[in-house]
Design a protein around this ligand. Structure first.
Ligand code: XMP
Length: 326
């Protein structure tokens, strides 16, 4: 019978058997999955674990601070922050194809973890021992949609599945690989993680990189980050965070449309709001957000983000649309 406590005990045992006394790193993304995976591994092997937070420059406003505060406060885990913005942005320069972006981001994540692992090994108790294991918060749906499940098509390469380089120097520890999001949340709660972490809306590892339709540049990231912060702030203020599964905010950097502001013509970019409700992200429906909330978000974004002159709402279910646009 299904019991969260059993799942935890079973995984703790398995992790101990797999890892032994070796050092382990875990990539933290700020999301629920990597946080729960890290907490499970910490339960299993304690201080052998160091969490690595890669700041790839594709984060939303306030996200790096949030990981440092919430997760470290809740778990007391060892944290190593890797500043890797240059690495990611230069690798992504000129790239617009979604699968190519995903593969580049997946590869650069691994390169960043390798660099971080060297630093962690230097600081570790058994100095000189390389870090052998990398923990990832891969979920069952990630495996399926990246073409790893039985009979599944490759819909998108999730950054931590389809984007892994072949010469990977780590052995992977993926304790959530058989679980769905709601089960992961239950495990997180049972492990004592606070609601701010466990209840957080999903956010993809590739971050804003796959929410810019077009090239991922510092300039485009700046536009999207400001629009996204406004949308999230208004959703929270409306008290709808728990009702909405997630609300990707997407910048159509390759599209421009004509607008008017004051007496002047504008030729700006559209922002797409993609609020969805879902049980497990395998299917989803578009959320019927209140019109006055949509109006507030639209007004604020077009007033406060100069480069944006239009806000549109995505009213497509999954299927046929996916949740993210890339
Ligand atoms: P799609 O767009 O496939 O998204 O309908 C399903 C869920 O997965 C999230 N997502 C990702 N999460 N790495 C992640 O950690 C990824 O590469 C990735 N791509 C999509 C998406 O936000 C949604 O919750």
């Amino acid at each position: 019978t299904w019991s969260t406590g059993n799942i935890i005990e079973e995984h703790v045992q398995r992790i101990r058997e797999q890892v032994g006394s070796a050092s382990v790193i875990c990539g933290l993304s700020g999301g629920v999955d990597s946080a729960v995976a890290a907490a499970l591994v910490q339960r299993a092997v304690g201080d052998q674990l160091t969490c690595v937070f890669v700041d790839h420059g594709l984060l939303r406003e306030g996200e790096a601070e949030q990981v440092e505060q919430d997760f470290v406060a809740a778990t007391g885990v060892n944290l190593y922050v890797a500043e890797e913005k240059e690495r990611f942005l230069s690798a992504l320069a000129g790239v617009t194809d979604p699968e190519q972006k995903r593969k580049i981001i997946g590869r650069e994540f691994i390169r960043s973890f390798e660099a971080a692992a060297e630093e962690v090994a230097k600081a570790a108790a058994q100095e000189g021992e390389p870090v052998r294991f990398l923990v990832q918060g891969t979920l069952y749906p990630d495996v399926v949609e990246s073409g790893g499940g039985e009979g599944a098509a490759n819909i998108k390469s999730h950054h931590n599945v389809g984007g892994l380089p072949e010469d990977l120097q780590f052995e992977l520890v993926e304790p959530l690989r058989t679980l769905f999001k709601d089960e992961v949340r239950a495990v997180g709660r049972e492990l004592g993680l606070p609601h701010e972490i466990v209840g957080r809306q999903p956010f993809p590892g590739p971050g804003l990189g796959i929410r810019i339709i077009g090239e991922v540049t510092e300039h485009n990231l700046g536009i999207l980050r400001r629009a996204d912060a406004i949308a999230r702030e208004e959703l929270t203020r409306a008290g709808l965070d728990d009702e909405v599964w997630q609300m990707p905010v997407v910048l159509l950097a390759d599209v421009r449309s004509v607008g008017v502001q004051g007496d002047g013509r504008t030729y700006g970019h559209p922002i797409v709001l993609r609020p969805v409700s879902s049980e497990d992200a395998m299917t989803a429906d578009w959320s019927r957000l209140p019109y006055d909330l949509l109006a507030r978000i639209s007004n604020r974004i077009t007033n406060e983000v100069e480069e944006v002159n239009r806000v549109v709402l995505d009213v497509t279910s999954k299927p046929p649309g996916t949740i993210e646009w890339e």
